[in-house]
Design a protein around this ligand. Structure first.
Ligand SMILES: CC(C)(COP(=O)(O)OP(=O)(O)OC[C@H]1O[C@@H](n2cnc3c(N)ncnc32)[C@H](O)[C@@H]1OP(=O)(O)O)[C@@H](O)C(=O)NCCC(=O)NCCSC(=O)CCCC(=O)O
Ligand SMILES: Cc1cc2nc3c(=O)[nH]c(=O)nc-3n(C[C@H](O)[C@H](O)[C@H](O)COP(=O)(O)OP(=O)(O)OC[C@H]3O[C@@H](n4cnc5c(N)ncnc54)[C@H](O)[C@@H]3O)c2cc1C
Length: 678
């Protein structure tokens, strides 16, 4: 009885701590929620959808996935994923709310979708890549043939590109698709062990079909990687098609273990000619190859997914920083002043420095991802009319923001875990799962270093064009060499002056890298070796350029937001923190370029401390404004009511090991050891 009384006193204290935080809020929270959702109507719509799904008992888990076997975990997530699609297909209210076709994909990738299928969704690749690949790479007739069946779930697909031997280097793929004009078929073949497709999500046991990227051979010539639709499993029995293709799962991974990432090998597997997705390039019946307008159009599906990943990164970071911030308001530890009560750990400036810049990062990614998404729509719109001019810019932007958002989010989630001390290491905090999901995005869809180097390639090319007097695209127009008079230090440190300082720092870095590259070439190195010898510096140019892009979008997003002055106030403080945090962390770039002086740096460091103190009272209100349902957070540490310790104990009691006082393993192993000498 005494224990219960004491426990409820602890609960009351936790709840009181978090309630007191909410009283400090300086802004109308619904406005921030609406900014992030894209409007108050969108907030209402999202909440309604969440309610419809979360109130459905089918989405409840009988036990934590961690306690299930590998196979049962897969079955459990597949059950929920299929129920999700079934619910969408059969419920008109949900269809209207979620929006037609486009909606289910958004739903699966949303915070809700991620929370319903906890450890990876076996159907994710079907929606995230298989359907977009058919839409982006198929002719109208091909879309007619495959899309309807794919939307209803009659066929389930994946995107099989990566092989055991090659993921990054697409031109190195070994799977061949050789056209046979006699039968009007392509023959798919995996000539070596390293040609085995390896990694595609859902390929192991779920997918009946795949878009397979293979080297297209016709009339004795190789035309590079192209997408083909391949049936992998029998339409009625779901059995592998005997002999010609062999698929399976690749085994346990760091996370996302219910995505059944798979392998696939072909032995002279024949598919009809019309299964080559022919929107951009065609093979005629006699084997004649018709070239695309741009030979990188076959990579289009990846451009779309890279943009989508920025939104995933944003949602995962939002969840993690909500958990860590709420926990930091409830957790009390150590003494700030000897003899005084233990403070909330959020009182420590170092803790604020861990969390507040991450709250700001959520907004930074939000505004820049929205901007890249708009560019994606504009560029793909003009591509429909045959204008490919802006494709390189879109490629560079999508690579840069995918790399920046995934590395910021993964680093941020890890910081959140550390900010929760030991308890952040518990599965029930949900931080380990959020981390393993988020860090995967650094690797998939283009490994980040490789993507940074693609951005650098665009920067150097643009810089060289600017030096020749050519006009540059908007996102890199600042690389145009400026007259010496415009290079004085800023007269003030306004937000706009800091963004300008970023521009100058990147221009300087790019000019230096370009000069070093040229020096290598002048010394007789072939361009590629000179490039490799500068690539650490080149990757750095890409990172700082993309950071500049996020700073600019953050600032313009805050300035343009239709909100009250109180909301603009807190958003401006966050934007300021974002700028000051990144500048003070990368002082060398700003000092070397003369964009800022050592005195400016001292002033900004002083301001950093003041910003942390100014934002501290709004920390919990800000994460509350992310408006994430407790079931979507799925964390003992991050729950809305702050009742942390009770939930942790309750979760621990559920461990299968706690169902018996003495486990069977004691009798089998421990007892013989302990009694050996008796
Ligand atoms: C690194 C590159 C880009 C290199 O390609 P390359 O053919 O060797 O090109 P290069 O000779 O270096 O020339 C580069 C040139 O190609 C252009 N380019 C490259 N990619 C694109 C594109 N997507 N759109 C438009 N243009 C593109 C670049 O702008 C360069 O143009 P330039 O020569 O400078 O004019 C490519 O190999 C690549 O994209 N690799 C990454 C592989 C990847 O992303 N795989 C994803 C597999 S699917 C997956 O992971 C799904 C996970 C999803 C989930 O689980 O949710
Ligand atoms: C969880 C998960 C899900 C995935 N899902 C899919 C899927 O559905 N479909 C699919 O087709 N694939 C999928 N993949 C594969 C993924 O796209 C590749 O793993 C990724 O593109 C990286 O390629 P890689 O594994 O060959 O790495 P590598 O290229 O071998 O990278 C290893 C190291 O080499 C470096 N490196 C390589 N090339 C260069 C270069 N040119 N310059 C400088 N450094 C370089 C990299 O930076 C890295 O440090 C998935 C992967 C994961 C982890």
């Amino acid at each position: 009885m005494a224990r219960v009384v004491e426990a409820s006193a602890v609960a009351r204290r936790c709840v009181a701590d978090i309630t007191a935080e909410r009283a400090k809020c300086s802004f109308p929270q619904h406005e921030v929620t609406a900014v992030l959702d894209g409007g108050e109507d969108k907030t209402q719509q999202r909440r309604k959808i969440e309610e419809l799904f979360l109130s459905d008992p089918e989405f409840l888990d009988a036990v934590r996935p961690e306690y299930l076997s590998h196979e049962d975990r897969y079955a459990n997530e597949l059950r929920k994923a299929c129920h999700m699609i079934g619910k969408f297909n059969n419920d008109e209210e949900i269809q209207q709310l979620v929006g037609q076709m486009e909606g289910i994909r958004t739903l699966m990738g949303s915070g809700l979708g991620v929370a319903l299928t906890k450890d990876g969704n076996p159907l994710a690749l079907h929606f995230v890549m298989f359907l977009p690949a058919i839409m982006g790479q198929g002719t109208v007739e091909q879309q007619g043939e495959w899309m309807g069946r794919a939307w209803t779930g009659e066929i389930i697909g994946t995107y099989a590109q990566t092989e055991l031997g090659h993921g990054t280097f697409l031109r190195g793929l070994e799977t061949t698709a050789t056209y046979d004009p006699a039968s009007q078929e392509f023959v798919l073949h995996s000539p070596t062990i390293t040609a085995t497709k390896w990694w595609p999500g859902g390929l192991g046991k779920t997918a009946s079909h795949a878009v397979v990227m293979a080297q297209l051979y016709t009339q004795g010539q190789c035309h590079g990687p192209h997408p083909f639709i391949v049936q992998l499993r029998h339409q009625d029995t779901h059995c592998s098609l005997p002999g010609e293709s062999h698929a399976g799962e690749i085994g346990p991974r760091l996370g996302m273990n219910t995505n059944d990432n798979g392998f696939l090998r072909f032995t002279h597997h024949r598919i009809p000619r019309t299964h080559l997705l022919m929107k951009h390039s065609q093979v005629l019946e006699d084997g004649t190859y018709i070239k695309p307008h741009n030979n990188k159009l076959a990579y289009g599906t990846m451009v779309f997914v890279r943009v989508a990943i920025c939104f995933d990164a944003y949602r995962q970071l939002q969840r993690a920083v909500t958990i860590a911030t709420r926990y930091s308001a409830v957790r009390r530890q150590s003494e700030l002043v000897p003899g005084q009560p233990e403070p909330q750990i959020l009182e420590y400036q170092t803790q604020q420095y861990k969390l507040l810049p991450l709250i700001a990062t959520v907004f930074g990614i939000h505004f820049s991802a929205r901007s890249v998404w708009d560019t994606y729509n504009e560029v793909t719109g003009s591509m429909q009319e045959g204008n490919l001019d802006r494709l390189p810019e879109l490629h560079a932007l999508s690579c840069g923001l995918k790399a920046l958002s995934s590395s910021d989010a993964a680093g941020g989630v890890e910081t959140c875990r550390l900010a929760c001390g030991g308890h952040g290491y518990l599965a029930s905090s949900n931080l380990p799962r959020i981390y393993t999901t988020t860090t995967a995005a650094i690797t998939y869809e283009g490994e980040n270093t490789v993507l940074w180097l693609q951005v650098a390639r665009y920067l150097i090319k643009s810089y060289r064009e600017a030096c020749k007097g050519h006009t540059l695209r908007q996102s890199v127009s600042y690389l145009t060499p400026q007259p010496a008079s415009s290079s004085a230090s800023p007269s003030n440190l306004s937000n706009h002056a800091l963004v300008k300082a970023f521009r100058r720092a990147v221009s300087h870095l790019v000019a230096e890298a370009a000069a070093r590259l040229q020096k290598g070439c002048d010394a007789g190195m072939i361009f590629e070796h000179a490039w490799n010898s500068c690539s650490v510096q080149l990757a750095r140019c890409a990172q700082v350029h993309t950071r500049y892009f996020t700073c600019e979008k953050f600032l313009s997003g805050v300035e343009r937001a239709e909100v009250s002055e109180a909301t603009r106030g807190v958003l401006t403080r966050l934007c300021r923190l974002y700028l000051v945090f990144h500048i003070t962390n990368n002082q060398g770039d700003f000092l070397r370029s003369g964009a800022l002086s050592p005195q400016d740096m001292s002033a900004l460091e002083g301001e950093l401390a003041a910003l942390l103190a100014a934002l501290r009272p709004d920390a919990v209100p800000l994460v509350d404004a992310f408006d994430i349902h407790d079931r979507i957070l799925d964390s003992t540490l991050g729950c809305w009511d702050g009742n942390v310790y009770h939930r942790m104990v309750e979760e621990a009691e559920k461990s299968p090991l706690n169902q018996k006082d003495v486990p069977d393993a004691y009798h089998k192993y421990l007892r013989p050891l302990m009694k050996a000498n008796l």
